[in-house]
Design a binder for this molecule. Structure first.
Ligand code: SF4
Length: 63
């Protein structure tokens, strides 16, 4: 699984951080950071984050 967040769309509301806190986080300046290749154990949470993002900024590709 590969994750890309369109940071131009992201409005930093944090639903993804709530859904998958081991993959998505905010840095000290409130910018979103994330793991681009999260481990298998996180994939369901990442899918939940995709569904939760109100601006559909999270793109996931799965082989
Ligand atoms: S849920 Fe979407 S808009 Fe909110 S912080 Fe995550 S990527 Fe950004």
């Amino acid at each position: 699984m590969t994750v890309i967040v369109d940071l131009n769309l992201c409005q930093s509301h944090g639903q993804c951080v709530y859904a998958a806190p081991e993959v998505f986080a905010f840095d000290e300046e409130e910018n979103l950071t994330y793991q681009p290749e999260p481990p298998e154990s996180q994939h369901d949470r990442v899918r939940a984050a995709v569904a939760a993002c109100p601006v559909r900024a999270i793109l996931v590709s799965e082989p």
